[in-house]
Design a binder for this molecule. Structure first.
Ligand code: BYC
Length: 440
């Protein structure tokens, strides 16, 4: 279920070879079926203690505590399930890559997601006995988008049909991965913590692919608009005539990928999340840097909710609002990318700003599931939502236009019209380096 049609290609891949900060990876041409890795855990921290929850201050566990076995297995299975899912979602993108540089980055992300699946399967096999082995086998049976055996979390059954979606997926959805892995890196179950800490090193590259990919698309669009003296950013036809993706279409794609990703944080108020925290299984983002009791005994947290036709902020016990808090940290983490893209648009003298949609827009999970909210945050009725759907979410016309743009560019150093060149190559290689050697 890996990348389709590139089994014989030699790809300039980074392979993790060590857990040391320096020299942890080496580059070289590898055929993807031959990509191999060790089971890599970040180094054990001598004398590590649990940093939150009821077991605060106790030594971390090297074996699964009996009372938390089912909970831990569930977390590991959910985490493991997302990794192959994303590779399945991206399986056909190689056919339409806008350059060999991008093709190589796609494959780098894919092989690392494969390794992350392996890392979770290792935990299931080594620590959970027979039921762990059964869960591991089931991870290989589920498929993204399959009607009978879908992947567990919603966003991992959606399509990644084109390269703008791929970059937005790596920007938003991989960022959920980063936030969740960071929260799990504080786990009292030491093998999970060590595994997640090492995975985070690779996740940084996925963030890079996403933020720079969108930035290069925005750059190509804004530069073409300036050159073509297009003043009206809403004149999609004029931008499209220049072979670039108009800004309102990029905004609609942002609205879709951001809202799908927000669903991955679960319900804002969740007893599952407080159980995970109390048990010392899953902490908060940057748990060890937070200055509080790490028990949240009397703490409160402010969450937005809707009540009798109004949106209002209420204070709730912080222990119940851990999913909402992680989601808020996620939105904050996204803001740097948005700022960068908007600076680029402004630098070309174009009056347009990209934004993340309101947290209640287009939600299928959590407290906004049963209401309709516009991207700017107004409560609306379903008829209004439906009448404006094509303005707020990618429509058939957008999909047809983008699908038409997606033509492969396979000459080293050449890039499709709709995406600017990156500022530098991979592994200090020039942009016209042959990042993927295609057979024949
Ligand atoms: N779709 O209390 P609730 C990544 C279920 S991405 C379907 O609201 P909870 C990556 C939930 O399982 C990161 N079902 O939420 C990115 C529960 O069912 P059970 C992946 C959903 O449990 C890109 C029930 O609804 N890692 O690594 O507090 C490329 C009530 O749940 C959904 C993790 O997510 C949904 N969206 O939190 C590659 C970390 N949301 O158990 C990789 C591990 C909820 O009652 N997972 N449900 O039958 C977790 O920590 C939690 O499972 C969640 C949900 C945060 C996902």
């Amino acid at each position: 279920m890996g990348p389709h049609g590139f089994q014989d290609a030699a790809v300039w891949l980074r392979t993790a070879v060590s857990v040391e900060r320096e020299g942890w990876a080496k580059f070289g041409y590898v055929r993807m079926p031959e990509y191999r890795w060790g089971i890599l855990l970040a180094p054990a921290v001598e004398g590590r203690i649990i940093s939150f929850g009821e077991h605060l201050g106790e030594p971390v566990w090297q074996e699964v505590p009996g009372e938390y076995r089912a909970l831990l297995r569930r977390i590991i299975v959910v985490q493991g399930d997302t990794e192959p899912a994303s590779v399945e979602q991206q399986r056909y993108l190689g056919k339409t890559a806008p350059s060999l540089y991008d093709l190589r980055n796609l494959f780098q992300v894919n092989v690392e997601e494969g390794r992350h699946l392996w890392a979770m399967v290792y935990l299931l096999q080594k620590y959970f006995g027979r039921d762990g082995r059964e869960e591991a086998a089931e991870l290989l049976e589920r498929r993204s988008g399959d009607a009978d055996k879908p992947r567990i979390l919603g966003a991992f059954n959606a399509e990644t049909p084109d390269w703008l979606s791929f970059f937005l997926f790596t920007f938003f959805t991989d960022r959920d991965g980063k936030m969740q892995l960071e929260a799990l890196a504080h786990s009292g179950f030491d093998p999970l913590s060590m595994t997640c800490r090492f995975m985070l090193a690779e996740e940084a590259h996925h963030m890079f692919v996403g933020v720079t990919g969108v930035s290069r698309i925005v750059e190509a669009t804004a530069a073409a608009m300036k050159k073509g003296a297009i003043d009206d950013p809403y004149d999609a036809e004029a931008a499209r005539a220049l072979g670039v993706i108009d800004l309102p279409t990029i905004q609609r794609k942002i609205n879709l990928h951001c809202s799908l990703t927000l669903d991955l944080f679960g319900s804002e108020l969740s007893t599952n999340s407080s159980t995970y925290f109390n048990a010392g299984l899953k902490g908060r983002y940057h748990e060890e840097r937070l200055d509080d009791d790490h028990r949240l005994l009397d703490a409160t947290y402010r969450v937005l909710e809707h009540h009798e036709g109004l949106l209002r902020t209420v204070e709730v016990p912080a222990l119940r609002a851990l999913n909402a808090r992680l989601r808020d940290d996620f939105i904050e983490d996204c803001s740097g990318g948005l700022r960068m893209w908007n600076r680029q648009i402004a630098d070309h003298g174009i009056d347009y700003q990209l934004e993340v949609p309101h947290i209640g827009f287009n939600r299928q999970v959590g407290s906004f599931r049963d209401v309709e909210i516009s991207p700017s945050g107004s409560l609306i009725d379903s008829a209004t939502f439906e009448s404006r759907r094509t303005e707020w979410l990618p429509n058939d016309d957008d999909s047809a236009y983008i699908a038409d743009l997606m033509k492969p560019e396979r000459t080293p150093g050449e890039f499709a019209t709709w995406i600017a060149q990156p500022s530098h190559g991979v592994d200090k290689k020039p942009l016209d380096f042959e990042y993927v050697r295609l057979p024949g």
